[in-house]
Design a protein around this ligand. Structure first.
Ligand code: MLT
Length: 323
């Protein structure tokens, strides 16, 4: 009996290793939980294009949207733990949603295996061009003077643009009327068209429209100006000290994905982040590369836990709950 058990274990270990050795042998899919054309989608596609070189296999991007990104994350983590489905996400989807959704149906820490921390960017307060304000102070005066709350586009409850707007409300005391979209890509289209008033958006999503003069930017939520948008003041400079927020992204796979496969995916993502052409493309959008000593799967796991400890009390204090 003992011999049979040992033989079975040996077969299991061998097959796990064999699977990892032959990985990848077919296309890999990155599930982006927000709409195509938005900041998460753009970053995922840039990285996917370069990761396929290291992995020697096609890396596809699939947009599975809704509920502040929680639907796409759920789809990814319920996939087989074989390395062929990657969950792309960020501070919103892999931290905030755990405090906001009563019925998330999964655990953001124990049901996922961290792969790699990805670039981050500050948020930026932007408005449609019709808003009669040229500075953050004038914008806040306009927002306060309105008979009804201004409309703020978000990518749904728990998304980066939602928790950033919540944070703005809590620091400024200004109430907003949220207009949820399936991503800040479509929200941006409506802001440019003047259908909504403001977005507290990722800089990487707004920067192109700001440069084109199609929307107006007031401040970035960072202690220093973004080198790719040095004309936009910081919230401190613009008169809203303490409104600081950086939205970081990452990649995860389903729990129980073999460590060797996680290591291969991590190596491919790190290769992409070290590629000068990829860096130039992402930094031009205002994205900041993660520190070199934070690129291991373990580093993302530790960072995610630290961010959960920081943000859950803030979100719970704001009493934002979604059933
Ligand atoms: C997106 O790609 O649409 C964003 O990441 C959404 C958000 O979290 O604001």
């Amino acid at each position: 009996m003992r011999k049979i058990v040992l033989a079975a274990l040996a077969v299991l270990a061998f097959s796990g290793t064999a699977v990892a050795q032959n990985y990848p042998s077919r296309p890999i899919t990155i599930i982006v939980p927000f709409s195509a054309g938005g900041p998460s989608d753009v970053m995922a596609r840039v990285l996917a294009e370069r990761m396929k070189t290291t992995l020697g296999e096609t890396v596809l991007v699939e947009n599975v949207t809704g509920a502040g990104g929680s639907i796409g994350v759920g789809r990814a983590l319920r996939s087989p733990p074989d390395g062929y489905t990657i969950s792309f996400g960020h501070l919103g989807t892999h931290v905030a949603n755990g405090a906001i959704y009563n019925k998330l149906g999964y655990d953001l820490v124990t049901d996922l295996e961290p792969v790699v921390l990805l670039p981050s960017n500050p948020m930026v307060l932007v408005s449609k061009n019709d808003v009669p304000a040229k500075s953050l102070k004038e914008l806040m005066d306009w927002l306060k003077a309105r008979p009804e709350p201004a409309t703020a586009g978000t990518a749904g409850a728990g998304s980066g643009s939602h928790i950033a707007a919540l944070y703005f409300e809590s620091i400024s005391g200004i109430k907003l009327q949220y207009v949820p979209y399936r991503g800040t890509g479509p929200a941006m289209n409506d802001l440019v068209a003047g259908q909504i008033d403001i977005i507290v958006d990722q800089l990487s999503n707004s920067i192109t429209q700001v440069r084109a003069g199609n929307i107006r930017a007031y401040a970035v939520t960072d202690s220093k100006r973004a080198s790719s948008a040095s004309d936009i003041p910081t919230t401190d400079e613009a008169g809203l000290p303490g409104f600081l927020m950086t939205l970081w992204s990452g990649m995860w796979v389903p729990r129980d994905t073999p460590k060797e496969i996680v290591a291969k995916l991590n190596a491919a993502a790190v290769d992409a982040l070290n590629d000068p052409a990829v860096r130039k493309q992402l930094e031009n959008l205002g994205l900041q590369m993660p520190p070199k000593d934070k690129l291991s799967p373990q580093a993302l796991g530790e960072w995610q836990k630290a961010e959960i400890a920081k943000w859950w009390p803030i979100i719970k204090a704001a009493n934002v709950k979604v059933d």
